[in-house]
Design a protein around this ligand. Structure first.
Ligand code: TYD
Ligand code: MG
Length: 465
């Protein structure tokens, strides 16, 4: 008789290996492989092949079309990311680091739905009914718009065994159910520990099946580990209809909700929230919030970064100091480390900046993560400004991607970015020539001086030098 062999499964991506490895070859994370014993029942082979007659197929034109009905969560920013609200029968996974506000967001949504007459159920494996009630009371007090009795009808279940949760769902059939969180649930079918990949997969599979069968909209909470990987939930992405990631810096009040996958809408839109003592408040016009007040300081530059269909003005801050280390430090927060290394190299080589013996720190203000390449030029200006200890002139902003050759390259949506800058009082904007041409064709704003820049040396010396 053969031994039952253990498998080592990566908790971040689900990669399976017959032996333990320190680093997952699939997703390159360290120390995520954990031992799991295979399930006793032998997978698909256990199902007899002659299970009834073969199924009927249908012609597409005979299929009854699904109505694209959306249920508003009452939270505009959440609806925006979902693509206009919750879709009937859909399953949405919401991931984020512990403490970022997932439970708060979903409790607020449930309270709003309940107030709108939608039947709801909150399954919590993490908090006691007393804790949930306390939070609900605080949230209701924070938003005067809710009827005082609003959260009263919300149904609660504190349970961690998925079979029992499934039973409750089948009996109560709420229109919307929140499960907080998939990692706390466990199934009697699987012998693995709660929170392991096998358990999280099994639990989610059970919940998705019952939700689809009963027509329940299911919102699942999934915790993300510190390094940004969902412990388990990454392996769930294909099982659910939408995956939303709740991001932000716990030290800052602002939070961003992004769609990593959305079967019913675009993945471009982001929602912006502010964490207040009365819960999460949507920020419909977020362009100005990721900046610091006050006169220009050396090392700071404002960039108009696109987030979905909106433009946010982000402040990039750089600090350049002479280093005593053989390998000077490059530390970034809110902006890609490799991107900053590359831009530093370009500044050294193409603009002649002496950065080789300097430690370089680059941050974004307010905890915003900037991925838009249009921020390159702003990052370069911030670094040069810090190196020379001279602030950028007041009212100046920059947009443009910087290539390895030192050229400033075209970026799209120039008109949208300029409009935002103009509204916030910027007077002079540096941009690539092609973007400038495009903006002129659309009718450039009158009060802003547009300046074309071709290469990075010219841009930094012409602005700060
Ligand atoms: P929580 O929703 O519990 O996070 P998660 O479920 O993602 O782990 O939110 C945690 C933080 O939010 C907590 O540190 C307190 C803060 N908070 C507020 O600032 N205001 C509020 O109204 C609430 C409910 C929470
Ligand atoms: Mg929570």
């Amino acid at each position: 008789m053969g031994r039952t062999r253990s498998l080592y499964v990566c908790s971040a991506c689900g990669y399976e290996s017959p032996r333990w490895l320190g680093r997952c070859p699939s997703c390159s994370t360290w120390n995520t492989l954990a031992e799991e014993r295979p399930a006793p029942s032998a997978g698909p082979g256990a199902v007899p092949r002659d299970a009834g007659p073969p199924p009927e197929t249908v012609r597409l034109d005979e299929v009854v079309e699904m109505a694209d009905e959306r249920l508003s969560t009452g939270l505009g920013e959440l609806d925006r990311v979902l693509g206009g609200g919750l879709v009937t029968g859909s399953v949405v996974l919401i991931g984020g680091e512990p403490g970022i506000g997932k439970s708060t967001l979903l409790l607020q949504a449930l309270m709003q739905l309940e107030a709108a007459g939608v039947s709801t159920l909150l399954v919590s494996g993490e908090e006691s009914p007393g804790q949930v009630k306390l939070r609900a009371r605080r949230l209701a007090a924070g938003r005067g718009g809710l009827r005082p009795s609003a959260p009263g009808g919300l149904r609660l279940l504190t349970e961690t065994q998925v079979e029992r949760v499934v039973g409750a769902l089948e009996r109560e059939r709420p229109a919307v159910c929140v499960v907080d969180s998939v990692q706390t649930l466990w199934s009697a079918v699987s012998s693995s520990a709660p929170g392991s990949v096998a358990q999280v997969r099994e639990v989610t599979g059970r919940l998705v099946r019952v939700a689809k069968a009963e027509g329940v909209i299911l919102l699942l909470v999934g915790h993300v580990t510190k390094d940004g990987y969902l412990a388990g939930p990454r392996v769930l992405e294909h099982m659910v209809d939408a995956v939303l990631a709740f991001e932000g810096d716990r030290d800052h009040a602002y939070r961003i909700l992004r769609a990593a996958k959305n079967r019913f809408g675009s993945t471009n839109e982001v929602g912006v929230f502010e964490m207040t003592p009365g819960g999460l408040e949507g920020v419909p016009d977020p362009s100005g919030i990721f900046r610091e007040e006050g006169p220009p300081a050396s090392g700071a530059a404002v960039v108009p970064a696109l987030e979905g269909s909106r433009c946010m003005l982000a402040e990039v801050q750089a600090l350049v100091v002479s280093s005593s280390l053989a390998a000077p430090r490059r530390v970034t927060r809110g902006i890609d480390h490799n991107r900053v290394s590359m831009l530093t190299a370009v500044l050294m080589r193409r603009a002649g900046l002496k950065l080789g013996d300097c430690d370089i720190f680059v941050n974004t203000a307010g905890g915003l993560t900037v991925e838009d390449p249009a921020a390159d030029l702003g990052v370069c200006l911030a670094v040069a400004s810090s190196l020379w200890d001279r602030p950028l002139p007041e009212g100046v902003a920059a947009l443009g991607e910087v290539s390895l050759t030192g050229r400033v390259r075209y970026v799209s949506r120039g008109a949208l970015r300029l409009r935002e800058l103009e509204q916030r009082g910027f007077k002079r904007v540096l941009m690539p020539a092609r973007t400038l041409e495009e903006v002129r064709q659309h009718g450039a704003p009158k009060g802003v001086k547009l300046q074309a820049v071709a290469d990075i040396g010219e841009a930094v010396r012409g602005t700060i030098g």
